[in-house]
Design a protein around this ligand. Structure first.
Ligand SMILES: [Mn+2]
Length: 267
């Protein structure tokens, strides 16, 4: 069976309990993590080692916390006070784990569905998602990765144009796929709010609420926005149920089309 799993954020204990609950079998099942597998929780290293050591049967899309780990591991940027992935930065197998993350995609095409960490801007179709992700992935896998990562923080450009530079395209794509919550219908991103969908900042809507959204006929599974509660929107599957904040860690059984949640066991 195949499962999509929401933001683990180093909550390895809860992940283990969830996998027990779904009777996970490594030789039978496949897991797709929706990004933010590390940070804020207490066991980032164990979580990442677990995914790495089962990498033939698991995959992940990069989330903003995974990306932040890459930046802290490879550039001179220091972790923030709230970051909890120092265990990875000090680990003997750090370079193996970081190399593994550098090879991960920003989006995964799964049958009729798309897996991405935060969402898809309304003006993009599936081929835009993959062609623009490829720009970022090529940079992450290039010899130039250190310089690339050191230039990727920032909120500009906040909208897409075909004549952006490679670095500008990368920055927009990273922000759009790993951080999007509210935007305009042309994909102009807004970064200041983490509110619920009914409290949108003026002029913006949650990315999935734009009526002319190009991908509205395709199922999108994503994490990142833990305060989305009980939204019922066709083809929209928010799976970050706030495990690291004492909520739930959730798996979606892609075969039987059902949600299975485990209450957070983190203290
Ligand atoms: Mn996130």
């Amino acid at each position: 069976m195949d499962y999509a799993i929401g933001d683990v954020q180093g909550c390895y204990k809860t992940l283990s309990a969830l996998l027990k609950k779904i009777n996970f079998k490594i030789d039978r099942d496949r897991l797709y993590f929706l990004g933010d597998v590390v940070n804020r929780g207490t066991n980032s290293l164990e979580t990442l080692r677990f995914i790495y050591s089962n990498k033939d049967n698991m995959d992940l899309v990069l989330g903003n916390h995974d990306f932040h780990l890459l930046v802290c591991a490879l550039t001179d940027r220091k972790p923030n006070k709230k970051d909890t992935f120092q265990d990875i930065l000090k680990a003997s197998d750090k370079s193996k784990l970081i190399d593994y993350l550098l090879q991960r995609p920003l989006a995964i095409d799964y049958k009729d569905a798309l897996f991405v960490h935060a969402g898809v801007p309304p003006q993009w179709d599936k081929s835009d998602v993959f062609s623009n992700s490829a720009i970022v992935e090529n940079n992450l896998q290039s010899n130039n990765v250190v310089s690339f990562l050191s230039q990727m923080y920032g909120n500009k450009p906040n909208s897409w144009r075909d004549n952006l530079t490679n670095n500008e395209k990368s920055r927009y794509t990273i922000n759009a796929l790993m951080r999007i919550r509210f935007c305009k219908k042309n994909g102009e991103l807004e970064f200041d709010h983490k509110l619920n969908t009914d409290k949108n900042p003026k002029g913006y809507k949650a990315w999935f609420l734009h009526s002319e959204r190009i991908m509205s006929n395709q199922r999108i599974f994503f994490g990142h926005w833990s305060t989305l509660k009980d939204i019922q929107i066709k083809n929209i599957y928010p799976l970050d149920h706030g495990c690291v904040w004492g909520g739930m860690l959730t798996a979606y059984d892609l075969t039987n089309r059902e949600l299975i949640s485990q209450r957070s066991l983190e203290s």
